[in-house]
Structure formats: structure tokens, C-alpha cells
Design a protein around this ligand. Structure first.
Ligand SMILES: [Cu+2]
Length: 147
């Protein structure tokens, strides 16, 4: 539970590394892997000072990405479902949270539907979340709130 100290700086570094990977990752012969749009999972600060992050779901059982790190404060989380078929949701796993989060996405249909939720975090720690439709299939993730 003590990993991720100083994780705000680490998250910024990860974002930069991802961007660099996108720029240098051309020429692959693996057409089956859908490209990850730039900026997914990258925490940015909106004009109103609120931290913003976007996650994606698709026709599998994965949050893309499945981890992200925010600082204490308000979080505006958007989930985009680019699946052709599958419906997902996002709920924080109440009994495992360092502090309650009173927000979630009940249902998110396919074909680029998206929902944005906003909530406050004050207590550092790891906040697990899942798609409750597909928890058994491993569709889980973790939001880390840094110190
Ligand atoms: Cu799901």
C-alpha cells in the first residue's frame, strides 16, 4: 500500500513516456492491436482547475488504462466505451476504499457512448474499481490518490 509515493510526478512521467511511445511506435506488423488514443489515462488539469482523466473500454474486459494517479482534490473522470457490442460500467469497490466515493457509472453502452462523473478525493491510497458486469473476468482497475 506504500508504493506510489510521489506519484503525481510519476504519473506525469508515465504520460510523457506513453506519448513518446506513440511517436516512436510506428512500423509494427501487428494490425490486430487497436491503437491507444493519445492522452488516455493522462491526468490533466482543466480550465476550472479540476483534474481530468479519460479511460476507455472496448469489446474486452479491460479498462484502458487500468491504473491512474490523481492528487487530492476534485476528479472529473470520463469513461468512453468504443466497443461495438459490449456494455460496461464503473463502480468503486466500496469495502476496499480508503474513503468512500459517492460516484460511479451504472451503465455505459457501446459505440462511443461516454459518461463523465465528478467526485472529491482527500485520503491518499489505492481505490480499486471494477466493471461489475465483468468483475469475474478481471475487468478491474485502481485509482491511486497521491499524498
Ligand atoms: Cu465490463
Amino acid at each position: 500500500m506504500m508504493r506510489r509515493i510521489g506519484s503525481r510526478a510519476a504519473a506525469l512521467g508515465i504520460g510523457a513516456a506513453l506519448a513518446a511511445g506513440v511517436l516512436t511506435g510506428c512500423g509494427s506488423d501487428e494490425p490486430e492491436q487497436a491503437p491507444v488514443p493519445e492522452g488516455l489515462g493522462e491526468v490533466t488539469v482543466g480550465a476550472d482547475g479540476v483534474q481530468e482523466v479519460t479511460l476507455q473500454t472496448q469489446d474486452d474486459y479491460v479498462f484502458t488504462p487500468d491504473t491512474f494517479t490523481v492528487a487530492p482534490g476534485t476528479v472529473r473522470l470520463t469513461l468512453v466505451n468504443v466497443a461495438e457490442q459490449m456494455t460496461h460500467n464503473l463502480e468503486f469497490t466500496d469495502d476496499e476504499l480508503p474513503a468512500p466515493i459517492d460516484a460511479g457509472i451504472d451503465v455505459l453502452g457501446p459505440r462511443n457512448q461516454e459518461v463523465t462523473i465528478e467526485f472529491e478525493v482527500t485520503t491518499p491510497g489505492d481505490y480499486p474499481f471494477s466493471c461489475t458486469f465483468h468483475t469475474q473476468l478481471g475487468q478491474v482497475g485502481t485509482m491511486t490518490v497521491s499524498e
